[in-house]
Ligand binder design. Sequence first.
Ligand code: G1P
Length: 292
Amino acid sequence: MIKPLKKAVLPVAGLGTRFLPATKAMPKEMLPVVDKPLIQYAIDEAREAGIEEFCLVTGRGKDSLIDYFDIAYELEATLRERGKKSALEALQPSSVQAGSLVAVRQQEPLGLGHAIWCARSFIGNDPFAILLPDDIVKSGRSCVAQLVDAYNQTGGNVVAVTEVPREHTNRYGILDVGADDGKLVEVKGLVEKPNPEDAPSNLSIIGRYVLTADVMEHLAKLERGAGNEVQLTDAMAKMIGHVPFHGLRYEGTRFDCGDKAGFLEAQIAFSIDRPDLGDAVKAFLKKYVDVV
Ligand code: G1P
């Protein structure tokens, strides 16, 4: 029987060094794309997949992420007093049901695999999604919902994948591909950040995963991999052959907001089709393009 998927882990302990000084005193996951922080995109995406329980894996200096999901009594009272209805509505997505969001701390930056292992008590024996908030996906149906749809058919592990230029394979987890129906790909092998000449394909994992709890047993060994970090990819690779394991070519566009160019592109992509901003954005883009 395929267990229903209700939990998500969001690793948010990273230092955000690529965005200094902006991230000196605020978590990078609080950086907004248009008017919503990155963390909110991830939560919205998970909710669309029917996920109701969240675990943030945080680190020192990241407590404002937890405050963000709390009730802001004074702010709400002031807005209500002043009749600011739309501002109050804008706060709605950041409210969570009592007890449905927990946080654990990753005390040392030992890698993504270690961050996920820190959530083991929250996971217990349940399957779960992982969302890396650096990646946001613009799509019709949410990317995680697409993964859960596939998981409900196949069970086991399902990771979101996309083709990348071969010279970029050393930035991602890369698949060795088995049977491929154009959408769902059987995972035969996984390598973390291989050099282009060693990469088994150019099909890369983006920051969206659905995994069974068994991954925790492999992570518990805390074996170091690429970059001397505990790699999630290595733990997943050990599950190949033991659980069904697929890559899903999701429908949508991923923006790597951990990268400055990707972050800026996301601002354009998410604002250009908004009724309140689209015309203004198109007009100023034309202005700058004409200058180039
Ligand atoms: C992590 C994973 C990598 C994956 C990537 C997706 O890398 O280790 O396998 O492809 O996220 O964004 P990171 O971006 O943390 O270096």
